[in-house]
Structure formats: structure tokens, C-alpha cells
Design a protein around this ligand. Structure first.
Ligand SMILES: *Cc1c(COP(=O)(O)O)cnc(C)c1O
Length: 462
């Protein structure tokens, strides 16, 4: 064994302790550090070390060279994109995932996949899905949407008497995927699946809304020859609008389509009794995407993919090899997702659900919604700002009053980035900013601090 490696092995518990202290320091100083730091440009990349000097030296180099450049995205005022943090239990679960380093996707060494199945059952209960849905862990909502649409592709083949998994997507002929306000990852998934971005048909949304107009969807389906795919949206990123999932599913009485629902973070509305109606009808979907590194507050990267047609899923993703054994009635996870090998990704989700339960996670969701409402109210009453949409759930979509010129918005964003991080968007042709609440640490004090920073900066750049 390499001498440095052997020395590290001999002191492994000490080294883990040193690393733990570094992690604890990073987490206890989240509030004081800039939310997004602006250090000088990075130094030139260093050459690959010929001989290493062990974990402790690597840790010291990381802490001086890279850690100061990292954002406080685990903290309470990082409102960019839709970014969750990591609850204490989720972080513990993630550490142990690496410590145990399982690649358990086969019944021959099956504890890992049993744990994953238990966790999927808990998630199903959390989101009000019935046992008709099976689920698998994937790396994020993009991969969950891609997996759902891959199953949809195979369903289209079943309807037309071909198998795209065997014969290629071209066997389907032209395909139509209809959606009101799809997330950008849907087009990416279609490009990747060989269906092509151009098969995405935008269906009109309700006036002033991002929710699909069910009557327009009915007409678009009537105009579609043969079976189609509908992507319903449960929580759009700009205004957190929800399609009427029950009305969309009801269209199946008249039209033949696969219903995939992108509920990446919107599914968490089901945890709040006051907002649960938004997810009504979710169970009727043939496939459902839910992100976990957003509102469940597990570390990157984690999402779940639910479907009612595991048989079609296995037809796409089966990885037949002599040493893997037959598929059987409960296919091993290796036959269900784009990856073969993957980490025991379910463990962080298992930990946080085991530690805090449904009520603990309900409290996070409701506190985040209250935070978004409060920031929305603070900006709405300030003449320097205008809301671009009502705060429907956990996102404030706003702009500068008067001339919301993108350059002024960039100046505003940069002026506040040490205190609060928001990301740019365009809503109905108007440039704006988004503040998305999905971190378990965020309190009303953070909202006040964010509002103060934004209001002060708006005056400074005016
Ligand atoms: C975030 C998000 C995605 C993509 O998620 P990743 O985890 O970044 O892959 C897809 N759909 C919706 C609605 C989202 O909010």
C-alpha cells in the first residue's frame, strides 16, 4: 500500500473527526458567510500531484483554495432556482451512504434495494399516491422526467404494436407531447430520447395563468392522430401554477394518452392541508416526477420517479446479463433506471423521513410558504417593486417597478448577493427575478433580512 494511504488508514477515525469539525464549522457559519461570495478570479488550475500528502493536507488545501468560493446554498437565504438544503438527519444519512458505499441494485445483495423500496413507500404515502405506483430513485427531476417519458415512449409503442426499446424511436413515427407550461427539462428529455424537441406542442394556458386550459387541451388532443403523451405541470417554476390534474386525467375518457405529471417540487403541496387540493388527481398519472433535493431537503442529487407501468419501465431499462439473473416479478433496480450502478441514494431520504416524519416535513413546507407570502407582501407594498404573479406557494416572482430593464435587474441581483440570492427569469415577456423558498432553515427573520437588502439595493441602483 502507498505509504500516505497506509498512514491515512491507520488514522481513519481521527481524519473523519477532523473532517466532521470542518463540516460543522461550515454549517455553523452559514449565516455570517456571504450567500454568494465574489472572491477574485480563481487561480490557474494546479497540476496533478505526483505524490500526495494525505487527507489532512488535501483538506487544508480545499479550505484555503475552494471553500471560500463556495456559496451558502445550504443556508436560509439562497432563494435561487428551487434549492433545498440538507436537514441534519439527511446529512447524516448522506455521510453514511458514502461510508457504507453500497452499490446494491441486485437481490443477491439486497438490503439496499429493500431500504429503497421502504423509502419509496413512505414517499408514496407523503404525496397521497396509491400502491399502484412503484418508484425508483434517480439523480434529479430531469432524470425523473426523462425516465417517465421513456416509459411513455414504450407505451406509445405498445399502442402501435412496436417496441421503441427494441426497434428505436423511429418505429413510432411522429409523436406529439402536449403540455401547457412545461419545464425546460421536458424538451431536454425529448431530445435525449430520440423523440426530438419539436414533438413538444404548447397548449394554451388559462388567461393570466401558467396552468393549462383543459378545453384547449381537449381540442389539441382531438387534433392529434393516434395516441399522445400529455405532460401535466404541478408547480411551475415562475409562478408555481398547477394544472387541474383531475380535469386533465378526465380527458382520458375521450382521448388516448399517457399522462406524465412533473410535480418536481409542487408535490410537496400535498403536505399542507391548506394547499393539498392543488395535488388532487396526482395519483391518476401514469408517471410522476418528484425532486427530493429541493423540498425534501436531502443533499444533491436525489429525485424519485413513480409509475403505474413498471412492466414497461423494465422493458426500456432492463440490463439483461447472465450474471444479473432473470427479471422476475420484482425486477432488481438495475433493470429500472438509466444507471446500472448507483449509490444508496435513498438513505438520506430515509433518514430525514424517519427522523422528522410527515409532520416535521409539513412544518418545513408551511414555514416556507409563509416566508414566500411575507416577502411577497413586503415587496408588493414597496413602490420600487412589482409582483409579476400572486404568490401561490413558495416562489415570489417580482420585478422593479417602472422600467424592469434586465441590466438593472442584474445590478440589483449582484448588489444583494451577499445577503440574498435570487435568479433571473422572464414572465409573460417581462424580465423579473425569482425568490424560491425551499430550505428548512429559513425563518421570518431571514425574510426580513432579504426584504431589507432588496429594498435598500433598489434605491441604490435607481
Ligand atoms: C427543478 C425542476 C426540474 C429539474 O430538476 P433537476 O433536479 O434540476 O434535474 C424539472 N421540473 C420542475 C418543475 C422543476 O422545478
Amino acid at each position: 500500500m502507498d505509504r500516505t494511504l497506509a498512514a491515512d488508514l491507520a488514522r481513519l477515525p481521527d481524519l473523519l473527526d477532523t473532517t466532521r469539525r470542518a463540516a460543522a464549522e461550515a454549517l455553523t457559519t452559514l449565516d455570517e458567510r456571504p450567500v454568494v461570495p465574489h472572491p477574485p478570479k480563481p487561480a490557474d488550475p494546479e497540476p496533478l500531484p505526483e505524490h500526495g500528502s494525505g487527507t489532512e493536507t488535501a483538506l487544508a488545501a480545499f479550505r484555503t483554495r475552494w471553500e471560500p468560493r463556495l456559496s451558502a446554498s445550504a443556508g436560509p437565504r439562497y432563494f435561487g432556482f428551487v434549492t433545498g438544503g440538507a436537514t441534519p438527519a439527511a446529512l447524516a444519512g448522506d455521510w453514511l451512504t458514502a461510508a457504507h458505499d453500497q452499490n446494491s441494485n441486485s437481490a443477491m445483495d439486497g438490503a439496499g434495494q429493500d431500504l429503497e423500496r421502504e423509502t419509496v413507500g413512505w414517499l408514496r404515502a407523503l404525496f397521497g399516491l396509491s400502491d399502484a405506483h412503484t418508484g425508483t430513485f434517480v439523480s434529479g427531476a430531469t432524470m425523473s422526467n426523462t425516465t417517465g417519458l421513456a416509459i411513455a415512449r414504450e407505451w406509445l409503442g405498445e399502442r402501435l404494436g412496436v417496441s421503441p426499446a427494441d426497434d428505436g424511436a423511429a418505429a413510432l413515427g411522429p409523436v406529439r407531447v402536449l403540455s401547457g407550461a412545461p419545464h425546460s427539462s421536458i424538451a431536454k428529455a425529448l431530445a435525449f430520447l430520440g423523440l426530438g424537441r419539436n414533438c413538444l406542442v404548447r397548449v394554451p394556458t388559462l388567461p393570466g395563468r401558467e396552468a393549462v386550459d383543459p378545453a384547449a387541451l381537449d381540442r389539441a388532443l382531438a387534433d392529434t392522430p393516434g395516441p399522445a403523451v400529455v405532460v401535466a405541470n404541478a408547480g411551475t417554476v415562475n409562478t408555481v401554477d398547477f394544472d387541474d390534474l383531475t380535469a386533465v386525467a378526465a380527458l382520458r375518457a375521450r382521448h388516448d394518452f399517457w399522462l406524465h405529471t412533473d410535480a418536481a417540487f409542487g408535490a410537496f403541496a400535498a403536505l399542507s392541508p391548506q394547499h393539498a387540493h392543488l395535488t388532487e388527481g396526482l395519483d391518476a398519472s401514469d408517471s410522476v416526477c418528484v425532486d427530493l433535493h429541493k423540498w425534501l431537503n436531502v443533499p444533491y442529487d436525489s429525485a424519485v420517479q413513480f409509475t403505474r407501468r413498471r412492466d414497461l419501465q423494465a422493458r426500456v431499462f432492463q440490463n439483461a446479463a447472465a450474471y444479473l439473473g432473470p427479471l422476475g416479478e420484482h425486477p432488481d433496480l438495475v433493470h429500472l433506471t438509466p444507471e446500472n450502478s448507483h449509490r444508496l441514494r435513498a438513505l438520506a431520504a430515509w433518514f430525514t423521513l424517519r427522523a422528522y416524519g410527515r409532520q416535521g416535513h409539513r412544518e418545513i413546507v408551511e414555514r416556507n410558504i409563509a416566508g414566500a407570502r411575507a416577502l411577497g407582501a413586503a415587496l408588493a407594498e414597496d413602490p420600487a417593486f412589482a409582483l409579476l404573479a400572486p404568490v401561490r406557494l413558495n416562489v415570489v416572482c417580482f420585478t422593479l417597478a417602472g422600467d424592469p430593464d434586465p441590466a438593472r435587474l442584474t445590478a440589483l441581483r449582484e448588489a444583494v448577493s451577499a445577503e440574498v440570492f435570487v435568479t433571473p427569469t422572464v414572465h409573460e415577456g417581462t424580465a423579473g427575478l425569482r425568490a424560491a423558498f425551499s430550505n428548512w432553515r429559513t425563518t421570518q427573520a431571514d425574510v426580513r433580512r432579504a426584504a431589507r437588502a432588496l429594498r435598500t439595493a433598489a434605491r441604490e441602483i435607481a
